[in-house]
Design a protein around this ligand. Structure first.
Ligand code: PEP
Ligand code: MG
Length: 755
C-alpha cells in the first residue's frame, strides 16, 4: 500500500493545476481501492458549504454545482466532526441527504475522511460502493493517511488556482512563501529571463569546429567582461565578501572548469548551443545530487553562468533589457547577478521560486535591504506583467490584487515612510524615557555586514557582531590574518564605541560550505561553542585574530555562543587566556594592554540554573531570546509548521527573562539583550518592563525603538511588568503591552497587516 500511496501523492503534487491534481487523485484512489466511486469536496468558507470539486463515479455535470452545507449530509458530518465516517448503508443513516444532481443513488457504502491542514478542514475525501458493506480498517487507514498527505499539497495549490482561474484572482488571499526579507514592494512582475531557455537548445552535430570555437570564445569574453564589471558595480554597494560571489562565477568560467568542458564538447563535433546545454546540465545535475544543502544551491550558480553565456552567444554584449521603472523581479532561481544587473532604484523586490536561507540570493537581499520572498511554487511565466504586492514582513504575496488590497498596502507604505521620517528625527538623540531612565542602544551587525556601519551614528555600540559571514562566504576557514584585518576594520569603523564580537556560531541552520555537518537534529547538535571547543585550532585562530585587533583598537569584547554548562565556559576561558598570552608574547609589548572583557550568550535554558556560578566566571551576559525561546519551548525556530508556537511572549520565556535580570542585578553582572525581541516595538516594551536597560537590535529598527523609549515612562512599565509576570498566556502579555502602546499613541509603530 505504501508504494501506491507514494505514487498517488507524487502524481498529485506534480499536477499543474488544482483541478488537474484532484482529477488524478479521484481516479487513482478509485483504482487503487478497487471501489466504485471516489469524490472530493472542497470547503467554500464564505458560503459555509462543501462543493463537489472532482469525482470518478458520480455524474461529472455535478462538479462545481453540487454542494452540501457544513454539518449536513454524510459529507457535511465528516467536515463538522473532523473525523472519518464509515458506514455500510449510508441511506439508512439519519444524516444521509440525497443530492439528485450527483446521481449517487446506486451507492450504499460510504467512507469519508476530512482533509485537514493546520487544524483547518479543507475538504472531504469520499469513497462509495454499490455493495452494502463497510470498508475494512486497512482501507479506512489508507484513506486517512492519503488525506493527511494531500492536505499539505492542496493547501499549497491556492496559488495555481489563482493563476489558472482569472475570475478567482480578486478573491485571492495571500500566498505564503517559505522565507523572506522584510519590507513591502508594490510593482509589476518582471521576468528576468524565461525559464527553460537552456533546455530549449538543440543538440546539433557539426564539422565546423573552428567557427564554433570562435563563437564560443567571443561569448566567453563577453561574459567574463560582464562579470568583471558587475563585480565592480556591486563592490560599491556591498561588502567585499558578499560581492566575491563573482569570483566564484569567474572561476566557473575558467578553462579548468565549465569553459574547458564546453570547448571539449565542441571539439567532439557539437554546435556551441548544444555543447553549452550538455555541460551545464551535467554540472547542474552533479550539484543537485549533493546532500550538502550549500553545495546543492551551487547548481543555481552554474545555471546562471550557463544562461549568461547563452545570452552572450545569441545576443551579444548588453543583450539584457533593463527595466525602466521599479519592478519586482520574478525568477525560477534568483541569482547574485540579477541583483547587480538591475539598477537599485528599479529593484523594488525579488521573488524566487527556489532558494532558501542558505542561498546567495537570500544573503544578498538582506544585505541590500530588498524585500524578497523565497520558496514559492508557481509557473513564473504566468506572472509576466502582472501587478504584485510583496509583503516581506509576513512573507506573503498578492497576485493582481484588487483595489481594496492595493489601497491598503499603498496606505501602509505611506504610513511606513511617514513613520520613518518621524522616528528618524530622534535617531541622534539619547534614548531617555519620559521619566529620565537612560537605555543603552546597541546594534546587531555582521549578517548584513558593513551596511550597518553607515547607521552607527545613533547607536552606542555593537551589542552583537556575528562573525559567521566571512566563514560562510569562503571555500575554507579564513586565516588568522584575514580575520585580523576584517576585525580591525570593524573596530576602526566604530572607533570610540564598544564592539561585542561573538565567536563562531555555525552549525544548526548555518552550514559552512567546506565543513558540512550532517545531523538528524542540527539545532540540538554540534553548534556554536560545542564545535569550536572540539576544534581548538579554529577557536584559537579566531581568538588570536580578535585579540590582535583589540590591542590595536581597544574597543572589543568577546562573547561565547550556545553555552550550556560551566565546563564549556572554563574550557573556552582557558583557550582565550592561551591566545591572549601568545599574542602578547609575539608582540613583545612593554606594557600589558587592557584585556578585552569576555561574556556569554544566555540562550540555552540550562544556564539559567547556574547563573550565580556563571557570574563568577565572566564579565557580562547577553540574552539571545531567539534561541532561548526555541529551546525553552522546544520549537524549531526555522520550522514553519510550528511557527505559531514560537511565542517569545510565552509566560515561561517572560519569567525566564525576569529571572536573568534579577540575577544580573544581584551579582552586578552587566546584561544586554540581543535577541530579535529587542528590535520589536512590543518586545522592546516587554524587556524594558522586565528591567533590561541595554538593548541590541538590527540597525533598521534602532530609530523606531529609540523613539518609543523617548515616549514611554519606565516606572509605569515596571508596574506593568508585575502584571505581566502574573499573566498566564502569551496573548494576554502581548495585549497588555499593546494596550500600553495605544494609550501612549505609539501603536502605529507596530506594523499590523490586516491579512
Ligand atoms: C539569539 O539566539 O537570540 C541570537 C541573538 O543569536 P542568533 O540569532 O544568531 O542565533
Ligand atoms: Mg543564538
Amino acid at each position: 500500500m505504501l508504494g501506491e500511496l507514494r505514487a498517488i501523492v507524487e502524481q498529485v503534487s506534480n499536477a499543474d493545476s488544482l483541478d488537474g491534481a484532484l482529477a488524478i487523485l479521484v481516479q487513482k484512489i478509485r483504482h487503487t481501492m478497487k471501489t466504485d466511486c471516489c469524490s472530493v469536496y472542497v470547503i467554500d468558507p464564505q458560503q459555509q458549504q462543501l462543493v463537489l470539486r472532482a469525482t470518478d463515479g458520480l455524474a461529472q455535470e455535478a462538479v462545481g454545482i453540487a454542494y452540501m452545507p457544513l454539518g449536513e449530509g454524510m459529507v457535511g458530518q465528516v467536515a463538522a466532526r473532523e473525523e472519518p465516517i464509515n458506514v455500510a448503508d449510508a441511506r439508512s443513516n439519519p444524516h444521509f441527504k440525497y443530492l439528485p444532481e450527483t446521481a449517487e443513488e446506486g451507492f450504499f457504502s460510504f467512507l469519508g475522511t476530512p482533509i485537514t491542514h493546520h487544524r483547518k478542514v479543507l475538504g472531504v475525501l469520499v469513497v462509495q460502493q454499490s455493495e452494502a458493506r463497510s470498508y475494512d480498517q486497512s482501507e479506512e487507514s489508507f484513506l486517512v493517511t492519503l488525506a493527511a498527505h494531500l492536505a499539505g499539497v492542496l493547501a499549497n495549490t491556492d496559488f495555481q488556482t489563482v493563476l489558472s482561474e482569472p475570475n478567482q484572482r480578486k478573491q485571492l488571499k495571500a500566498i505564503k512563501a517559505g522565507s523572506s526579507s522584510s519590507g513591502i514592494a508594490i510593482a509589476k512582475a518582471w521576468i528576468n529571463r524565461s525559464s527553460g531557455e537552456l533546455e530549449q537548445q538543440q543538440i546539433v552535430e557539426t564539422d565546423d569546429v573552428e567557427h564554433q570555437l570562435e563563437r564560443f570564445n567571443v561569448a566567453l569574453d563577453i561574459t567574463r567582461e560582464e562579470f568583471h564589471s558587475l563585480a565592480i558595480k556591486l563592490s560599491e554597494q556591498l561588502p567585499k565578501d558578499v560581492a566575491s560571489i563573482f569570483d566564484l562565477y569567474q572561476h566557473m568560467l575558467a578553462d579548468a572548469s565549465l569553459a574547458g568542458d564546453i570547448r571539449n564538447k565542441i571539439k567532439q563535433g557539437y554546435q556551441v548551443e548544444g555543447a553549452l546545454r550538455m555541460v551545464v546540465e551535467h554540472y547542474v545535475q552533479q550539484f543537485s545530487e549533493m546532500s550538502d544543502p550549500y553545495l546543492k544551491e551551487r547548481a543555481i550558480d552554474v545555471k546562471d553562468v550557463g544562461l549568461r553565456l547563452l545570452h552572450a552567444l545569441l545576443l551579444g554584449p548588453s543583450a539584457e533589457l533593463f527595466p525602466t521603472e521599479p519592478v519586482i523581479v520574478v525568477a525560477e532561481e534568483v541569482t547574485a547577478t540579477m541583483f547587480a544587473q538591475i539598477p537599485r532604484q528599479f529593484l523594488a523586490g525579488v521573488i524566487s521560486q527556489r532558494g532558501a536561507a542558505n542561498s546567495h540570493a537570500a544573503i544578498l537581499a538582506r544585505a541590500m535591504g530588498i524585500p524578497a520572498l523565497m520558496g514559492l511554487s508557481f509557473d513564473i511565466n504566468k506572472l509576466r506583467g502582472t501587478e504584485l504586492i510583496l509583503d516581506g514582513y509576513s512573507a506573503e504575496l498578492f497576485v493582481d490584487p484588487d483595489k481594496i488590497v492595493r489601497d491598503e498596502y499603498y496606505s501602509l507604505l505611506a504610513q511606513e515612510s511617514e513613520l520613518n521620517t518621524l522616528v528618524q528625527q530622534d535617531l541622534d538623540k539619547p534614548a531617555v524615557s519620559l521619566d529620565g531612565v537612560e537605555v543603552e542602544m546597541l546594534i546587531n551587525a555582521g549578517l548584513s555586514a558593513d551596511s550597518d556601519i553607515a547607521i552607527n551614528a545613533g547607536a552606542d555600540g555593537v551589542g552583537l557582531y556575528r562573525t559567521e559571514v566571512p566563514f560562510l562566504m569562503q571555500d575554507r576557514f579564513p586565516s588568522e590574518d584575514e580575520q585580523f584585518i576584517r576585525y580591525r576594520d570593524i573596530l576602526n569603523s566604530y572607533r570610540d564605541k564598544n564592539v561585542c564580537m561573538r565567536t563562531l556560531d555555525v552549525g544548526g541552520d548555518k552550514q559552512l560550505p567546506y565543513f558540512p555537518i550532517v545531523e538528524e537534529n542540527p539545532f540540538l547538535g554540534w553548534r556554536g561553542i560545542r564545535l569550536t571547543l572540539d576544534h581548538p585550532e579554529i577557536f584559537l585562530v579566531q581568538a588570536r585574530a580578535m585579540y590582535r585587533a583589540a590591542i590595536e583598537c581597544g574597543n572589543l569584547s568577546i562573547m561565547l555562543p550556545m553555552i550550556s554548562c560551566l565546563n564549556e565556559v572554563d574550557e573556552a576561558s582557558r583557550l582565550l587566556e592561551q591566545a591572549w598570552v601568545e599574542v602578547l608574547d609575539e608582540l613583545g609589548l612593554d606594557e600589558e594592554p587592557k584585556r578585552p572583557k569576555h561574556g556569554v550568550m544566555l540562550e540555552v535554558p540550562s544556564v539559567l540554573f547556574v547563573l550565580p556560578e556563571l557570574a563568577q566566571r565572566v564579565d557580562f551576559w547577553s540574552v539571545g531570546s531567539n534561541d532561548l525561546t526555541q529551546y525553552l519551548l522546544a520549537v524549531d525556530r526555522n520550522n514553519t509548521r510550528v511557527a505559531g508556537l514560537f511565542n517569545t511572549f510565552h509566560p515561561a520565556v517572560v519569567r525566564a527573562l525576569k529571572q536573568i535580570i534579577v540575577q544580573a542585578n544581584l551579582h552586578t553582572t552587566p546584561v544586554s539583550f540581543c535577541g530579535e525581541l529587542a528590535g520589536d516595538p512590543v518586545g522592546a516594551l516587554l524587556v524594558l518592563a522586565l528591567g533590561y536597560r541595554r538593548l541590541s537590535m538590527s540597525s533598521f529598527n534602532l530609530a523606531k525603538i529609540k523613539y518609543i523609549i523617548r515616549h514611554v515612562d519606565v516606572a509605569e512599565l515596571s508596574n506593568l511588568g508585575e502584571q505581566i509576570l502574573q499573566s498566564q498566556s502569551g496573548a494576554a502579555i502581548y495585549s497588555l503591552l499593546f494596550r500600553y502602546l495605544e494609550q501612549h499613541d505609539l501603536s502605529q509603530l507596530v506594523r499590523v497587516s490586516k491579512h
